[in-house]
Design a protein around this ligand. Structure first.
Ligand code: SER
Length: 325
């Protein structure tokens, strides 16, 4: 059975669906601190606080897990506001999962982030192995997690696998408290209001990835031959880099009249400390990583998904999906 933590989060919702299509719902246990999003939940669900060591141990003594997908985490902007909570969930929570993986001899996947990099990192085509001196507490927890993972892999032979996600764009579940959230919010506001106020400036180029590619990266890495894996901190994975102005332009092609204004806040500083683009050669070499979506492909698919979700029939018709609401 596969354990998913943070299953109610942005990645959890889509990944749980993909895993249940592959393995069947009976082979998954979705957990989250919050109650399930749907009643009944699409896969078996339990409430779990990953910072509660006893609760984690109790769960493992009851269930026979074969794989951990550990997604519970606090994102960058929330982490700046609540640094202690960020450390506790992102580091203590991960440590509990690493200990469980070690004790029960099962593989563990968890996502790290481009937030592992900082202002001293080369910002363009950021290499796999480079300076990691993040400014944010979120980044500090991700670098710590990467080093812990590498230690558990080398010292205890834990099969731990990870990717450094860029901003992930999706419509099934909202991201929460991230610096890259503008790339999702812009779609929802474009469809529902025709305008969006962005919290970073128009030319802030950031690495992003469409959710189907993010899910594919996890499934591909899980399937990879362990002997080929040369990185046990976390793999760089690249897809598309774009600025808010470029995304607004791509949305305007389908939503005429859409306007984007800019009011940068504290998240601008965080964005400016992160890479603009990522070099992911080790992932391509070690487990044949390759994304499918470019900017225009993502925009078309996202607008369709958001228009369906918001019941926007005019936009669906314009996008060629008149009868599929
Ligand atoms: N999407 C994340 C954030 O903005 C980056 O890992 O915090």
């Amino acid at each position: 059975m596969i354990l998913i933590t943070g299953a109610n989060g942005q990645i959890g919702v889509d990944l749980a669906e993909a895993l249940s299509a592959q393995h069947g719902t009976d082979h998954l246990l979705a957990t989250d601190l919050r109650p399930p999003l749907a009643d009944p939940p699409p896969v078996p669900f339990e409430v779990l606080d990953v910072t509660d060591e006893r609760a984690v141990e109790r769960l493992f003594s009851r269930c026979d897990f074969t794989q951990i997908i550990h997604l519970a985490g606090i994102l960058s902007a929330t982490g700046q506001q609540y640094p202690d909570l960020c450390w506790s969930v992102n580091v203590t929570g991960l440590k509990h999962m690493l200990d469980a993986a070690r004790q029960h001899e099962i593989p563990l996947f968890w996502p790290s982030s481009i937030a592992s990099f900082g202002p001293t990192t080369p910002r363009v085509e950021t290499p796999q192995h480079t300076i990691t001196e993040p400014k944010t507490m979120y980044g500090v927890t991700k670098v710590t997690g990467e080093l812990l993972s590498q230690f558990y892999a080398a010292q205890y032979d834990v099969d731990v696998r990870s990717v450094r996600f860029p901003g992930v764009v999706s419509h099934a579940a909202p991201p929460g408290g991230g610096t890259t959230d503008w790339a999702v919010a812009m779609f929802f506001d474009a469809v529902s209001k025709g305008s969006y106020q962005c919290f970073v400036g128009p030319d802030t180029r950031m690495p992003m990835m469409y959710m189907p590619d993010a899910v594919k990266s996890v499934l591909d890495l899980l399937r990879a031959d362990s002997r080929r894996l040369t990185v046990r901190t976390s793999y760089n994975v690249a897809s598309i880099s774009f600025t808010p102005a470029e995304l607004a332009g791509a949305i305007q092609k389908h939503v005429p009249g859409f306007t984007c204004t800019y009011a940068p806040d504290y998240r601008q500083d965080i964005a400016d400390s992160w890479p603009e683009s990522i070099d992911d050669n080790p992932a391509r070499t070690d487990w044949d990583w390759q994304p499918d979506f470019d900017l225009d492909g993502m925009v078309l698919d996202m607008l369709t998904g958001v228009a369906r979700r918001l019941g926007h029939t005019t936009l669906l018709a314009r996008l060629g999906h008149a009868d599929s609401i």
